[in-house]
Each structure stands twice: as structure tokens, then as C-alpha cells.
Design a protein around this ligand. Sequence first.
Ligand code: ACO
Length: 319
Amino acid sequence: MVGKICGTGSYVPPHVMDNDDLARIVDTNDEWIRERTGIGKRHIAEDETTSYMAGQAALRAVSQSGIDPEEIDMILVATSSSETVFPCAACEVQRIIGAVHAVGYDLNAACTGFVLAFNTAQAYISAGFCKTVMVIGADSMSNLLDWTDRGTCILFGDGAGAVILKAAEGEPVYMAAHSDGKKGPALTQLSRHRKDWENEQNKESYLHMDGQGVFKFAVRKVPEIIEEVLEEAEMNLEDIDYFVLHQANKRIIEAAAKRLKVPIDKFPMNLEEYANTSAATVPILLDEMARGNMLCEGQKIMLAGFGAGLTWAACLFEW
Ligand code: ACO
């Protein structure tokens, strides 16, 4: 058995901050941000929490799939920015959607989180432990940022995306995943405690990033892991209909496409609208592709995520 996607959903908060809005807060401008990242705006949570956004994305996926929430036996939420350490966001999603028979837990692998959660769900399904799994990526990156640091605050946005996987006969799913803990310092976010929130000066509790280090890592490792999965599947790059990559930076995606010698139109992007929503980028993009009628049965989709850890993961499946 494999997990086939039977529904997708996404949610972004209505409040939009464009590059000109950012230029009023830090020393930056629309031209620099677009040229270096491809980002035009981002949606920023006001009162919406991570688990609220995850719940809204999940409700939309349930409604699109037409399944009864009571059929769902597991909810996985990939997040590194839940408003509570516990209970986990997945249990709040269970409450919101009324998935009374589901077990839920969160998974933290930063921007790689959704692809790893998707792989985890596939493993549960193929082992026969689950039949219907809700997989969500949700993050409120705006809560983690130092809004005086132009090197990081321009890159991120908030949002959530969800897919429902249902056990079915089908083509095998191929996956790969790696971590390199030695490169952990390239991208860090300390746990925040009450005293951090009360101390405006405590900059250590904000997201820190070696931008160029992460850039070089992503451009090398994403093509490598895609080739690794293709080799296992005994398929070629030409067999893939779409490469759905973590939406961190347009230049990273363009460089990966160039290295692989694959036309850029096989790499859909939406970061102009949403920026980097961390674990949410891949499922938000999948939802937009599904609702935009870009996807049809039998197409081969390659997901690839990368981020803090450092971690990177990929998954090849048939739509
Ligand atoms: N506006 C204007 N100028 C800026 C800004 C800004 N927002 N940020 C930096 N600059 C300046 C720098 O101060 C520097 O000025 P200097 O030459 O006078 O010293 C100049 O622009 C170049 O800075 P770099 O950091 O070298 O710029 P770079 O081309 O590397 O772009 C960026 C920076 C966009 C962060 C890039 O390194 C990047 O995208 N890295 C990938 C990291 C990433 O995507 N992280 C997302 C999170 S990780 C993840 O999702 C996996």
C-alpha cells in the first residue's frame, strides 16, 4: 500500500506586508529583495496562531477530499514555531477538525519538516499501521525573527498547508533523507522562554542564519538528493512532471534546475506571494497546484526540502 493524496488545503493570514512595507522598518528596498530572493510580499499572522492556521488548512483539505474526519487515524504537524511546546499543534488540529480517532504529534525539522512528515506518513501507511493520515506543514516565522535584522526578516512569512494521504494500491513511493549536525550553527533558533519575550534586548533568542552557507548547501544537496531518489526508482529526470522544492529563494531553485539541466518551468514557485513559510511552503504550493488544475492522475511529483539541522529530504510519488 502507498499513501495517495486525496485532498489538499492551505491557509495564510490575511495581513500582507510587501517589500515597501519592510523598507519602512529596515534599510532595504523592493529591488534588492526581488533580485536576491524573488520575494515580493509575505502574509504575517496577527492573532492567528500556528495551530489555528494548521487547523484551517486541515479543514480545507477535509472539505476538498470529501472524507469524514473520523476516518483519519493520524495527524502529523511539521512545525518549529508552535505557540505551545505542549500540547502539540497536531492535537489542537484534531480538536478543530473533529478527527476523534486520530493520534497526533508534531515533528520539528524546520524547513525540511513537511517532506520528512510526508515520508513518515508514507512509512506508516506502507507498514499497515495507518490508512488515512493528515500531513501538515505550519509555521509562524514572524514570531521568530529579529525585525531589525534586514539579513533575515525579509525572507520569511507565515502560513500552513495540509495534505490527506489515503492507503491505496499504486506505484511505489521513493524517498531519501539526510542530516548533517556538524553544520547546525548555520541556521539556529533558540527555544524561547518567558524571560526572552520580556527582554527586548535578548537577540540571541531570534533566528540566526549564515545566508551564504545555507545557499551553497541547498544548491549542492538538493540536486544530489533528487538524483539519489531517481537512482533508487530507476527513473530519469525527464520522467518527472514537477519538482516541488522548498520555497526559500528563487535563486536557489533556479540554480538547482540549472545543475540538473531541467527546464525551470518544471519547478513551480510561489515565493513571490508568500516568501519562505518554512515547513508550510511545499504543502501550500501543492495545494495551489491541485486547485489550479496543474495536477492529474499518473503524474510523477518530486518533493524536496532543506533547512536547519542541517537536514534535507526528498520524496517521489505518483499523483
Ligand atoms: N536589503 C539590502 N541590502 C542587504 C539586505 C537587505 N535586506 N540584506 C543584506 N544586504 C546587504 C549586505 O549587508 C551586503 O552589503 P555589503 O556588500 O555592503 O556588505 C550585501 O547586501 C550582500 O549581502 P549578502 O549577504 O552577501 O547577500 P546574498 O547575495 O548572499 O543574499 C540572502 C543574502 C538573500 C540571505 C542569501 O544568502 C540567501 O538567500 N541565502 C539562502 C538562505 C535562505 O534562503 N534561508 C532561508 C531560511 S533557510 C531555509 O529555508 C532552508
